[in-house]
Design a protein around this ligand. Structure first.
Ligand SMILES: C[S@@+](CC[C@H](N)C(=O)[O-])C[C@H]1O[C@@H](n2cnc3c(N)ncnc32)[C@H](O)[C@@H]1O
Length: 256
């Protein structure tokens, strides 16, 4: 596949949405999702109103509902993903909503916090990223947090993380360029999808322009950081070679 002939992955197609559920997301759990409660400041006993934008099949959404008292609105533009989420990851404190155009059903300032996990690398242009973040800024109350979990832009030259490699070896990508991402399924087979490469600056600028202010905190966890946060079996269950020295993901948290 070349960047010229490739198209960015879309999860609108039911087959693609279904395949996503078969990817080995162990690294995402170890060094991404496990850090969300910390980044978002979720605590038990507080009914944080949380938006999950681009919730996909809902497994992360449900995990957060189970380990906090958050009341979650989970939104995705793929009807297939929302169908999977409603069927496979239901929870009394999660409202799954299908929306291809923003968050018209949420009032201004109605959310205490928001998150978007692995959403922006499957968004085609910077103006859409800005529109999405502006819509999140509208619905988050003053003082509320917004955490975005993204692949680490520093490791887009084929670094061999558990279950995935982003970019081609030796390649350097510019913001907005298409890049191949090789992902392993839980059955051991691999597939190659196409994402857009975005930089830290892309995200920081979009957050600032949307009205997020105050401290912007960034976490770039490596294996040792996950010792008290991730599932102990997952932490100890693999070699996690690259993950010991390189952070595969970034969590960028901004405050409204
Ligand atoms: C890579 S998946 C991540 C799913 C989930 N957050 C996770 O971490 O497993 C990206 C999701 O974002 C959704 N998405 C893409 N563009 C969107 C948009 N404009 N509004 C809402 N969801 C969107 C896709 O349909 C897909 O389900």
């Amino acid at each position: 596949m070349t960047a010229e002939t490739a198209e960015i992955i879309s999860y609108q197609a039911p087959d693609t949405a279904d395949d996503y559920r078969r990817w080995d997301d162990s690294a995402s759990w170890l060094l991404g999702y496990s850090f969300l409660p910390l980044a978002l400041g979720l605590t038990e006993g507080r009914a944080t109103r949380l938006l999950d934008l681009g919730c996909g099949p809902g497994d992360v959404t449900r995990w957060l509902a189970e380990r906090s008292d958050a009341v979650i609105t989970a939104v995705d533009s793929s009807a297939a993903m929302i169908d999977f989420a409603r069927a496979d990851a239901p929870h009394p404190r999660i409202d799954y909503r299908h929306s291809e155009d923003g968050l018209p059903f949420l009032a201004d300032g109605s959310m205490d916090a928001a998150m978007a996990c692995f959403l922006f690398t499957c968004v085609d242009d910077e103006s859409t990223i800005r529109d999405l973040i502006t819509e999140v800024a509208r619905v988050v109350r003053p003082g509320g947090r917004f955490t975005i979990l993204v692949p680490n832009p520093d490791h887009a030259s084929g670094a061999e993380f558990e279950g995935f490699r982003r970019g081609d070896a030796g390649a350097a990508y510019r913001a907005g360029e298409l890049m191949p991402v090789h992902v392993q399924r839980t059955d051991g087979t691999w597939t190659t999808i196409t994402n857009r490469y975005w930089t830290r600056e892309t995200y920081r600028t979009a957050l600032t322009k949307a009205g997020f202010e105050g401290p912007v905190r960034e976490l770039a966890p490596v294996h040792a950081d996950a010792v008290d946060l991730a599932d102990p079996e997952l932490f100890a269950g693999r070699a996690w070679i690259k993950e010991r020295t390189a952070a595969p993901f970034l969590l960028i948290t901004a405050v409204k």
